[in-house]
Write a protein that binds this ligand. Structure first.
Ligand code: C5P
Length: 234
């Protein structure tokens, strides 16, 4: 089985504040996207990484990859992305050569995922799961809220049992044919790829995630990411 990784990196990252597209912001001097590409290419099983660039930024991303040291045994391809994450992932899937039958989808916004997490996801797909997500238990209790009446605070409508909830990370791993079918079948907006496979009626399985696979979303996350890198002495 050959494994490729698709890294959607076409988001604007507005929640991080003004500036460059999120994937191009630097952590300790190196763009977040380069950290993410290295994190996936660190797995010996991954022989192709497809980076989905901002629609008008494919040239810039290609130059960026050329300018940084990356493993020789891995191929790198850059394609332009779309208006939604889903569209960007689909464009990345379209660029995969036929010989890849396992696909990882990894957010550029999770630049510090450890290689053991990547390998754990691949292993579970190799063992036969059509879709695999790395996930962690939650520290916070989660409430579902209803719509607020004008001028009123939001009402809580439900409290799911915390012990049964998981915060889901990436890379998510897929049997390629299953993920392609999911993208052809599901048209409504989703926030992760595995939920599209759930909608096909297939079982998605969970493997252990990692604290360092957190998503860089808000300004405080940049501080945390640089602290993690400093601890690793990169
Ligand atoms: O916005 P969010 O943090 O959920 O984005 C997750 C990932 O999807 C990021 O790596 C972002 O660059 C990517 N994305 C994309 N194309 C879009 C929107 C987001 O590739 N149109």
């Amino acid at each position: 089985a050959r494994t490729a990784a698709v890294i959607p990196a076409a988001g604007r990252g507005v929640r991080l504040g003004p500036g460059a597209p999120k994937a191009l912001r630097t952590l300790n001097g190196t763009p977040m996207l380069i950290h993410a590409v290295r994190a996936l290419a660190a797995s010996r099983a991954v022989s192709l990484v497809v980076v989905v660039a901002p629609p008008d930024g494919a040239g810039e991303v290609k130059s960026l990859l050329d300018a940084h040291a990356l493993p020789d045994r891995t191929d790198f391809v850059v394609v332009p992305g779309g208006d939604s994450r889903q569209e960007s992932v689909r464009l990345g899937l379209d660029a995969l050569p036929p010989e890849y039958d396992i696909v990882l989808v990894h957010d550029a916004a999770r630049p510090l995922v450890p290689v053991d997490t990547v390998d754990g996801v691949i292993e579970a797909v190799r063992e036969g799961a059509p879709a695999v997500v790395p996930a962690l238990p939650l520290a916070d209790t989660v409430k579902e809220v209803g719509p607020a009446a004008p001028g009123e605070p939001e009402p809580v409508v439900a409290t799911p049992v915390r012990a049964r909830l998981r915060a889901v990370q990436t890379p998510q791993g897929f049997d390629r044919a299953t993920l392609v079918r999911a993208h052809e079948t599901v048209t409504e907006d989703v926030t992760d790829d595995a939920s599209m496979v759930e909608q096909l009626g297939l079982t998605v399985v969970v493997v252990p995630g990692h604290e360092e696979a957190f998503k860089v979303t808000r300004p405080l996350d940049l501080v945390l990411a640089e602290a993690v890198l400093a601890r690793r002495r990169l």
